[in-house]
Design a protein around this ligand. Structure first.
Ligand code: NAD
Ligand code: ZN
Length: 380
């Protein structure tokens, strides 16, 4: 194909015209990338809960028409002015949060909360000029999380793109661009369980199972899964979760059950539910003296975390993390390498696959709570 660099590309995109209505495959026009932007050809994308949540638009400002999608793998098609570290042909993972490499967060070794490119769920335009790069018959179609990967081509800020090993299969590593890295990093970068320790994982969805995968990699000897949905327990066995607790089976707080099972508390706990009482239990179930609890779930906006301060004074630690503390551009390439050298398994997260033309099926699977990740092939 002749180069389209600098020109509009017409391609297929799955457009959400209204909240909660099936997406419609439309021909869209994708403008060339502006300064510090890149245009990507998306090859594989997958569906994450955040897409569904904003598509349903319950409780947030609705931004429509919009192109959703933020977990994906693709190839750089063309680059805008000022982009020096990416070139056409590079294999990349777009990420919903960025790394400008210049702000105080990017310069801090401890933070991944870039001030310029931090996640913004309400913005539907590019930061360069406040406009959308997508249109249909001259009318704008809005972006989502700066990624909009439910399109054959998309424009993304170059700071939100991780360049990865070109040998990595994009149909597998695309799941690292959101949920799996979040859970994995929560364990490996934040909870840091010592070898032989006991880890509790609250919530056995894709994020929690990725946290369990992190515990397996770290060499935890006991991984206890806590979920109110016992259907999740079967799948979780593939992730090295070897004990299960359903809080609904007990008439006392689950933290007491866990303390009894472990002689005083678990060494580490990772909360991946978004439920406030699970967050409190996840903190209170860690061992005094050294236990570390890490909150990952996104709570409802009125939630209040309540615990007795003595629980902290007794040397329990409470932390929270965003995107598993990974800096997208600096750290994701090495997570991909963990998969390439077989330290990390991704296949077991991928339970479904659909052609792009049937993208609405991926929504159905997620709404029915079926499986973990559904890969959407853009060429079909
Ligand atoms: P999911 O819905 O697939 O899984 C959540 C699980 O938690 C379900 O199996 C559910 O049954 C279980 N659960 C709910 N309430 C519970 C309770 N009280 N006790 C025990 N288990 C309970 O979701 P997911 O895609 O795995 O995401 C998990 C959470 O992580 C969500 O809140 C999501 O918004 C959040 N998240 C956070 C980040 C971040 O950067 N911090 C990034 C991505 C996702
Ligand atoms: Zn920054």
């Amino acid at each position: 194909m002749a180069s389209k660099a600098g020109h509009v590309i017409k391609c297929r995109a799955a457009v959400a015209w209204e909240a909660g209505k099936p997406l419609v495959i439309e021909e869209v026009e994708v403008a060339p990338p502006q300064a510090m932007e890149v245009r990507l050809k998306i090859l594989f994308t997958s569906l994450c809960h955040t897409d569904v949540y904003f598509w349903e638009a319950k409780g947030q400002t609705p931004v429509f028409p919009r192109i959703f999608g933020h977990e994906a793998g693709g190839i750089v098609e063309s680059i805008g002015e000022g982009v020096t570290d990416l070139a056409p042909g590079d294999h990349v993972l777009p990420v919903f949060t960025g790394e400008c490499k210049e702000c105080e967060h990017c310069k801090s070794e401890e933070s991944n909360m870039c001030s310029l490119l931090r996640i913004n769920t309400e913005r539907g335009v590019m930061i360069n000029d406040g406009e959308s790069r997508f249109s249909i018959n001259g009318k704008p179609v809005y972006h989502f999380l700066g990624t909009s990967t439910f399109s054959e081509y998309t424009v993304v800020h170059s700071g939100c793109v991780a360049k990865i090993n070109p040998e990595a299969p994009l149909d597998k590593v695309c799941v690292l661009s959101c949920g799996i890295s979040t859970g994995l990093g929560a364990t490996l970068n934040v909870a840091k369980p010592p070898k032989g320790s006991t880890v509790a994982v609250f919530g056995l969805g894709a994020v929690g199972l990725a946290a369990a995968e992190g515990a397996r990699i770290a060499g935890a000897s006991r991984i206890i899964g806590v979920d109110v949905n016992p259907k999740r327990f079967d799948e979780a066995k593939k992730f090295g979760v070897n004990e299960f607790v359903n809080p609904k089976d007990y008439d006392r707080p689950v933290q007491e059950v866990l303390a009894e099972m472990t002689g005083g508390g678990v060494d580490r706990s990772i909360e991946c539910t978004g439920n406030i009482s699970a967050m409190i239990s996840a903190f209170e179930c860690v061992h005094d003296g050294w236990g570390v609890a890490v909150l990952v779930g996104v709570p409802n906006k009125d939630a209040v975390f309540q615990t007795h301060p003595l629980k902290l004074l007794n040397e329990r630690n409470l932390k929270g993390t965003f995107f598993g503390n990974y800096k997208p551009r600096s750290d994701l390439p090495s997570v991909v390498e963990k998969y390439m050298n077989k330290e990390l398994e991704l296949e077991k997260f991928i339970t479904h696959e659909v052609p792009f033309s049937e993208i609405n099926k991926a929504f159905d699977y997620m709404l029915q709570g079926e499986g973990l990740r559904c890969i959407i092939r853009m060429d079909a």
